[in-house]
Design a protein around this ligand. Sequence first.
Ligand code: AMP
Ligand code: MG
Length: 405
Amino acid sequence: MKFNITLEEAQSLVLERCQPVETEFVHLNDALGRVLGRDIRAEENIPPFSRSPYDGYAFRAEDTIGATEANPVTLEVIEEVPAGYAPQKKVITGKAVKILTGAPIPEGADAVTKYEETGINGAYVEIYTSFKSNENIVPAGEDVAIDEIIAYKGTAVSPPIIGLMSALGITEVEVHKRPRIAIISTGDELLDISEPLSPGKIRNSNAYTLAAYCKELGTDPVIMGTVRDKTEEVARFINQGLEDADMVITTGGVSVGDYDVVGDAVKAAGAETLFWKIEIKPGSPSLAAVKDSKLILALSGSPAAAMVIYQLVGMVFIKKLAGWSEVFHPQTEVILKKDFRKASPRRRFLRGRLLVEDGTAYVETIGGQGNGVLRSLVGCDILAEIPEGSGPLKAGEKLTAYLLD
Ligand code: AMP
Ligand code: MG
């Protein structure tokens, strides 16, 4: 077991033990947001044939050489092709076909003019300018060419991907199953959210917050309820969670107090502890363990501390578990909007909101930064990093921020 490690060590220790969940086939209509289990390769062109972008006339470009307003070229119209129909005739010198938007370009034609830019003279059309070959022709495969990959394994299905797959006739798509995540809340003080308060008790908000974050990530959380600060009971809950789910997250009882039984419970459950304590603030007292190739992530009971470690370690792990190829939060530089008066002997993550003003990115902290202040996470879309050993910071200081959305 490793003790007091860096955030990056904690991330790699859990990622090393992570195997993505298996895949399943779902109908395209149920695929939005799901993580692709394989690359999607186009087996056809989109569009499948070259087509007209306008209502107008199709003809041979070389027939229009030298055409002007004063000296137009006159072509005989031999057919009309609406969208949805195949041309029956070939276009030869001196001939044109009336064509509508989306209709296939007839054989022999290599240019299209807009209807409004022609003159009609009985069965003849007058063209006033000269055209180049392929002018106003949408080629087959303009959107997607056959054999191109339209979406990669490990990325989420988005609305345009659904559109492209529809155009290709792909009705079933292979995606990763939604990982099931068991959430256990430890603590003698915990009441369920429907219970009235009584002396010394608080409601179990962590389970619901975590479940909501897990849902946002497209996973399937299972709230297992609250368990007393008793090693054997917590161990039993952990084993139950491992049976029911792909991963277990616990909150509370992972520090050094007399009632902090989660470290022992993990051992009693038969799991191998990977690490205990990460050298960051908030959320340092966190632990990770593995049993039967499944991760148990034990977070502090303090709501904000728990959620920060969930974001920095839990989410990274869950993304890999869910099949994502990119699991780390993108980072960017931000400017501190207001003074931050506390010193940071230990590396610290500030919960904040990204503000862009006059083209500059700022971090604005929300509410207090205490471990229990969950309100600091309302609207929080970045975690800004203050390096270890920093004194109080003045507004204007440059920080690295981890983007959460
Ligand atoms: P612990 O990590 O067990 O030392 O708990 C730290 C703080 O978080 C204490 O104030 C607990 O009462 C609080 N806490 C523990 N579990 C929860 C929970 N499930 N929901 C909200 N607060 C909690
Ligand atoms: Mg406790």
